[in-house]
Design a protein around this ligand. Structure first.
Ligand SMILES: O=P(O)(O)O[C@H]1[C@H](O)[C@@H](OP(=O)(O)O)[C@H](OP(=O)(O)O)[C@@H](OP(=O)(O)O)[C@H]1O
Ligand SMILES: Nc1ncnc2c1ncn2[C@@H]1O[C@H](COP(=O)(O)OP(=O)(O)O)[C@@H](O)[C@H]1O
Length: 311
């Protein structure tokens, strides 16, 4: 194993593509330094947790839903995970990152917060920027919050706690990136966002819907899914004018359960249960896509009728 530095500190993705000479697009996660080169792959800074997951996933029924994993590579002093570039070959791709699950913090984070977690001034600042009234008087005085407090607050002010997922960001075909979906809380708002993201194109909405149903079947048959707590992982929605697909990405906080324990993934979390609510999020997304399909069909019929009426 090549020597690797901490992925949390240096998370970096280097991206290169022969077909697209565009710059790297990273919708969510840790911003780092990127490098464009040849190959049609994404290099993500090594994490042992993530590499172990990808290793298992390449031998699991979930393999068709995960970017192909090509092992490790060293660049200078750093070690990287080699992943299939999910945007390769797409023309003016449209992308959406949905972070899955009813919580985005690991149980350890809560335990640390109770004992003596360091106060994070950066997280306090992010909190104040989004809502100056969110920190308590004590948090304002110390100008810091624990990581658990921040993550839990983000979960409760977005659709994570209630719908089991949240939209982290969207990139449209003109390359514009929007991250203002983070405060969305209701299914109706998600449906509206899906219609915007797909420009109400029925083919795209239907392709996403059937891909998610196929994913749901694969998850039922997946030994990996049964035996892992999936935290902070995303579904990456990607489409262009001709195709649409959804992929599972980011396994940096996905951990195996001890002692042959298994999770249900479709029940609310209680402390110690390690349940992640991944399937609650998937089911919300499927419902919302079905609603978006109904609205888009109705919109299409309306515009046909208008065309017939107008002289
Ligand atoms: O998205 P915002 O609100 O900016 O908050 C981020 C995300 O929750 C990151 O999770 P993810 O990697 O799942 O996107 C998390 O990284 P971790 O993976 O380290 O928990 C960051 O923690 P820090 O890296 O400690 O800042 C936290 O600051
Ligand atoms: N295999 C991939 N192909 C194309 N884009 C990717 C791929 N993996 C990640 N990305 C992009 O990078 C972003 C962050 O990825 P992620 O793995 O969640 O990073 P982090 O661990 O920092 O949260 C995603 O939202 C997506 O835009």
């Amino acid at each position: 194993m090549p020597q690797c530095r901490s992925w949390k500190t240096f998370l970096t993705m280097m991206h290169w593509s022969m077909s697209r000479q565009s710059s790297w697009v990273q919708l969510a996660g840790h911003q780092g330094n990127f490098q464009v080169s040849k190959g049609g792959e994404v290099l993500k800074l090594y994490s042992e947790v993530e590499a172990n997951c990808l290793d298992c996933l390449m031998r699991d029924p979930l393999r068709p839903f995960v970017p192909q994993y090509h092992g490790l590579v060293t660049r200078g002093e750093l070690c990287y995970i080699r992943l299939e570039d999910l945007l390769s070959g797409l023309k003016r791709p449209v992308i959406m990152d949905c972070k899955m699950g009813v919580r985005t913090y690991q149980e350890d984070e809560l335990i640390k917060a109770r004992v003596k977690a360091p106060l994070r001034s950066d997280m306090y600042q992010k909190m104040v920027k989004m809502d100056p009234s969110a920190p308590s008087a004590e948090e304002h005085a110390q100008k810091g919050v624990t990581k658990w407090r921040y993550l839990q607050w983000r979960d409760s002010t977005s659709s994570t706690s209630t719908l089991g997922f949240r939209i982290e960001g969207v990139m449209m075909e003109d390359g514009s990136i929007q991250r203002d979906f983070r405060k969305i809380q209701t299914l109706a708002q998600v449906t509206e966002a899906l219609l915007y993201f797909t420009r109400s194109q029925l083919d795209t909405l239907r392709a996403y819907h059937s891909r998610l149903l196929a994913l749901s079947d694969a998850l039922k048959n997946s030994p990996f899914f049964r035996t892992h707590e999936v935290i902070g992982s995303s579904l990456l929605f990607v489409h262009d004018h001709s195709k649409a697909s959804v992929w599972m990405i980011d396994f940096g906080k996905t951990t195996p359960l001890p002692d042959s324990r298994e999770l249900r993934h479709n029940v609310p979390w209680s402390e110690g249960s390690r349940e992640d609510g991944y399937l609650i999020g998937l089911s919300s997304l499927v419902t919302s896509l079905a609603q978006a399909i109904s609205v888009a069909s109705w919109q299409q019929e309306e515009s046909c009728e208008e065309e017939q009426i107008s002289p």
